[in-house]
Design a protein around this ligand. Structure first.
Ligand SMILES: C[S@@+](CC[C@H](N)C(=O)[O-])C[C@H]1O[C@@H](n2cnc3c(N)ncnc32)[C@H](O)[C@@H]1O
Length: 256
């Protein structure tokens, strides 16, 4: 009798995956996630104290609806200049999504810093990884967690700073990346009359960003990309040109 019960249990146990993992249920789960993150987006961006950072899980789970891959670009382009075992600093990391989903499988050590406690709490909760440390820290006023990094990322954060703060920060970045490091990132193009509510400066064009970064680095490569509702400029700068991989269709500034 006991043997029969065990056999029956084993049969049920073995057929369970076929019953559970079915295409209609996976479609339903996908629809559920999409609706869940649509609602979360609405909640996060319709409150009076809007966040200064974006929860990129919304991009991920709403992708089947918005069909816009532009949110992957910053992660891919920064990962391109990383190498196995490298040390990365992500300044203004926001939700920590890019460190976890793009950099953590290449870099062996990633320090993510953000001035907002809410962003750091979120990042620690949803995007923790053995290779990543999160710090609540003002990148302009406080020391970076370590003295040297191979790659330093700054995505969608330049506009959050004043010209004076950018000057202080980029000097610190240059110091921390030395002669062989790479400074990589992106910024949205805006005009002063069409500027994000929480931006202190508006960079109107690829050329403006090149001029800004060209004050600090011998080599500046940029790539301008348009996608629905957004114009982004990607950049990578440094002193060692061999460490910077220019883009096909991109521009170089002060580089030849
Ligand atoms: C638009 S978010 C970008 C977040 C993330 N890099 C991304 O690409 O999704 C800009 C982030 O910069 C952070 N930030 C602004 N000023 C900062 C400072 N002085 N030090 C550190 N982080 C800062 C904000 O708190 C915010 O999380």
């Amino acid at each position: 009798m006991k043997g029969e019960v065990i056999k029956l249990f084993n049969r049920i146990w073995k057929s369970l995956p076929d019953a559970l993992f079915i295409a209609p249920l996976s479609s339903l789960c996908q629809k559920y996630l999409s609706r869940y993150y649509k609602r979360l987006f609405f909640e996060q961006w319709n409150r009076s104290n809007k966040p200064h950072w974006y929860d990129h899980r919304i991009d991920l789970y709403r992708w089947p609806n918005h069909l816009n891959p532009n949110w992957t670009e910053r992660g891919i382009y920064s990962k391109e200049v990383m190498f196995p075992g490298c040390k990365v600093l992500d300044i203004g990391c926001g939700d920590g999504f890019y460190a976890r989903f793009f950099y953590a499988t290449t870099a062996s050590h990633i320090d993510c810093i953000d001035i907002e406690q809410e962003a750091i709490d979120h990042a620690r909760r949803y995007h923790c990884h053995p290779n990543i440390r999160y710090f609540k820290l003002d990148a302009v006023k406080e020391d970076f967690p370590e003295k040297e990094y191979d790659v330093i990322c700054l995505d969608s954060s330049i506009g959050h700073l004043s010209s004076e703060q950018i000057d202080i920060l980029v000097h610190k970045i240059r110091e921390a990346m030395g002669k062989s490091g790479v400074f990589t990132g992106s910024e949205v193009c805006e005009t002063p009359d069409n500027q994000s509510w929480d931006h202190q400066i508006a960079l109107a064009s690829e050329e403006e960003l090149q001029q800004l970064l060209g004050k600090y680095f011998s080599h500046v490569f940029t790539l301008y990309l348009e996608s629905p509702g957004r114009q982004n400029v990607y950049f990578r700068c440094g002193e060692d040109k061999r460490r910077l991989m220019p883009w096909n269709g991109g521009k170089s500034f002060k580089s030849e």
